[in-house]
Design a protein around this ligand. Sequence first.
Ligand SMILES: NC(=O)c1ccc[n+]([C@@H]2O[C@H](COP(=O)([O-])OP(=O)(O)OC[C@H]3O[C@@H](n4cnc5c(N)ncnc54)[C@H](OP(=O)(O)O)[C@@H]3O)[C@@H](O)[C@H]2O)c1
Length: 233
Amino acid sequence: MTDAAVLVVGGSSGLGLEVARHYAGSGRRVVVTSRDADRAADAAAAVGGDTTGIALDLAEPDRIAAGLADVGPVGHLVVSAIDRDENTVRDYDIGGATQLTTLKLVGYTEVVHALLDRMGDDSSVVLFGGLAKSRPYPGSTTVTTVNGGITSLVRTLAVELAPIRINALHPAVVGDSPYWMDKPPSVLDALRSRTPIGRLVSMADIVHATVFLLENRAVTGANLDVDGGWLLV
Ligand SMILES: NC(=O)c1ccc[n+]([C@@H]2O[C@H](COP(=O)([O-])OP(=O)(O)OC[C@H]3O[C@@H](n4cnc5c(N)ncnc54)[C@H](OP(=O)(O)O)[C@@H]3O)[C@@H](O)[C@H]2O)c1
């Protein structure tokens, strides 16, 4: 399916946008999504090449299939969407927890389900989790829970959908991503000092790992931590 698209759900910003840029730059047909049609179109224009943008809200899973109706054959699917929920069990915000849990577990799964009729045996999927699955921090109750859910989700999907390959990528703090790049230097320096490679993970590191998971024809059901050794210390 060499003419099949690379679809990046959550490709209007951050890591998804960089993955879209990589594949557009190598001549692939790319589709990026945002919750908003204008932002999706702007992102597609910024990515360039043969890229289009569509609107899709994973927190409304009943509407995902209709939102993806015009997407043709899909060779590589990346789902990186996130709407962060800062939450604790002592001061539990049910609305935020429900929104993120729906987005990242039901929404991610429904995207794969809705596209199955447009995937071939050689298609591949990368779902984004995050290192909070293994290392909670104050306020990460929902984030830790859903990223833990991603670790199991890829295992069952890899079995159910074989030979389609399904993997998960779990970044640590990505220092040059939009979410982190403007944080106070003291915060970033503290994180850097705890990272064995001596620097924070970069967006280029994440794109490289995503491409590996999408294209290596033997890897499926894997949970790849891209963390500069953070979990070792
Ligand atoms: N950045 C990091 O350091 C880091 C670390 C660990 C894990 N991660 C994981 O890596 C992934 C990408 O993170 P990022 O920092 O690159 O994200 P980001 O820059 O915040 O981008 C988030 C993307 O998700 C989309 N989105 C938000 N709410 C959505 C919804 N309800 N339905 C569909 N799309 C929605 C946004 O689109 P619009 O706003 O245009 O709608 C945007 O395209 C996430 O899954 C995150 O958990 C990132």
